[in-house]
Design a protein around this ligand. Structure first.
Ligand code: GSH
Length: 216
């Protein structure tokens, strides 16, 4: 089985989603690590016109956009399926992936995570407290909505681990490394779910570098 090459900066939640999907499948992968400025360099723009990460290469096939990548991984590699077959659970999984891509990442994790973790760690920036405070209501809405979707189920789409966990897990882990995320998750079902995800071998095998795990 040929390995999947993942282009990105280790520690990025979207890059980690791909790593987690591969670990869950028990399939071979390696990171082609990019330096922070490199996502906008010509070589990477040829892989990803928006200069984002991850982009992947498998058997000469190239792909970007994380949800397309993890769906491809699930189809191509053997192992337990990461997508439910019944319509309602599949719809729930897709709903959660939509929440991730439209609300959780762009409006909450990207803002709070940059201010608290990425900016200070990579650029020596001091968090702008007003920017963080403005993003907290959206983070709270996301945590509340996902907590409601989880309900009493063990996983976001119901009974089994799915691409909903693959996509949301690394984002929540990243957010949970900030004081705002920690506070929002404390005592919630989603917080307990995150602890269970953190204990999975696929999450343990893909831990971000220490400076991206917790805000200073
Ligand atoms: N829609 C894209 C979003 C990917 C994305 O925004 N990745 C972030 C890192 S978590 C990124 O590339 N940031 C670098 C940048 O914006 O320059 C996907 O699903 O892959």
């Amino acid at each position: 089985m040929s390995e999947l090459v993942i282009y990105g900066i280790p520690g990025s939640p979207f890059v980690r989603a791909v790593q987690i999907a591969m670990e869950e499948k028990g399939a071979p992968w390696r990171i082609h690590a990019l330096q922070p400025g490199e996502t906008k360099a010509e070589a990477h723009l040829a892989r990803h016109p928006w200069g984002r990460m991850p982009a992947v290469e498998h058997d000469g096939f190239t792909l970007y956009e994380t949800q397309a990548i993890v769906r491809y991984i699930d189809q191509v590699f053997p192992g337990a399926s990461l997508q439910p077959t019944d319509a309602k659970s599949a719809a729930r999984m897709n709903q959660v992936i939509g929440i991730n891509d439209w609300y959780l990442f762009p409006k909450a994790v990207a803002v709070i995570g940059f201010q608290r973790i990425v900016g200070p760690a990579l650029m020596g920036l001091t968090p702008d407290e007003a920017v963080v405070a403005a993003a907290v209501p959206e983070a709270e809405r996301c945590v509340r909505a996902l907590d409601g979707i989880l309900g009493q189920n063990p996983f976001l789409a119901g009974d089994s681990f799915s691409l909903a966990e693959v996509m949301i897990g690394p984002q929540m882990d990243f957010l949970g490394g900030t004081r705002e995320g920690e506070r929002l998750l404390a005592g919630s079902g989603l917080g307990a779910w995150l602890e269970r995800m953190r204990a999975r071998p696929s999450f343990e095998a893909t831990l971000p570098p220490p400076q991206f795990r917790k805000a200073a």
